[in-house]
Design a protein around this ligand. Structure first.
Ligand SMILES: CC(C)(COP(=O)(O)OP(=O)(O)OC[C@H]1O[C@@H](n2cnc3c(N)ncnc32)[C@H](O)[C@@H]1OP(=O)(O)O)[C@@H](O)C(=O)NCCC(=O)NCCS
Length: 168
């Protein structure tokens, strides 16, 4: 477990499945993330969830974001880890709207960044977020990310942001 100021990052567990399913079937969250809306049933999702928890990946590390008193409010991860290039992509979602705009996202990102730079040799962390998602961009700017490019994919326009080890 990794402790921040307002949150802790914990390994994913089966008990997160219901929240994760609720968030993955939420249209607004899917749109903010340019992600497809999940259409499978909860029992089917649970089956896939259970088998995914059983294997660990060399190119991805996922965490649940919990408040300090243990409430699951979202998830974050770093993925596409490329040790040759020394970089990885970061992703985050605070699924529980009651916790938006209160600094939980920035604390989760800052806590994850300091973990990555402490525990790995990665030098550059980047992310992409929708051009229209001003909240997310503001959150990432507060954490030290700066825009470094644009991407147009599947009809969506993304801002790419990056942060180097020495900037942290
Ligand atoms: C994006 C997200 C991770 C940010 O986490 P958060 O806890 O809400 O963010 P923070 O409170 O740390 O920072 C948000 C900042 O954006 C500001 N903000 C909110 N709406 C805004 C808007 N429309 N325009 C500009 N700034 C805005 C907030 O005031 C806050 O800034 P402040 O601390 O200076 O007041 C979270 O809101 C989330 O997951 N949202 C839903 C899913 C999503 O957007 N996914 C895509 C992530 S790439």
């Amino acid at each position: 477990m990794i402790i921040g100021s307002k949150i802790k990052l914990c390994d994913k567990r089966l008990a997160d499945a219901r929240d994760d399913y609720t968030w993955r079937t939420d249209l607004e969250l899917a749109q903010l993330d340019a992600a497809p809306l999940l259409t499978i049933s909860f029992p089917q999702y649970l089956l896939e969830y259970t088998s995914e928890l059983c294997y660990s990946s060399l190119t991805r590390r996922r965490f649940s974001i919990q408040t300090l008193d243990g409430k699951h409010i979202g998830n974050c991860l770093y993925y596409d880890i490329n040790e040759t290039k020394g970089e990885a992509e970061l992703g985050i979602m605070i699924g529980n709207r009651d916790y938006w705009d209160k600094g939980y996202g920035a604390d989760a990102v800052t806590t994850l960044l300091s973990y990555i730079f402490r525990q790995t040799k990665l030098n550059r962390i980047y992310l992409k977020t929708l051009e229209l998602n001003h909240r997310a961009q503001k959150c990432f700017q507060k954490c030290g990310f700066t825009p470094c490019g644009h991407l147009f994919r599947n009809g969506y326009s993304f801002v790419i942001m990056e942060l180097h080890r020495q900037q942290q």
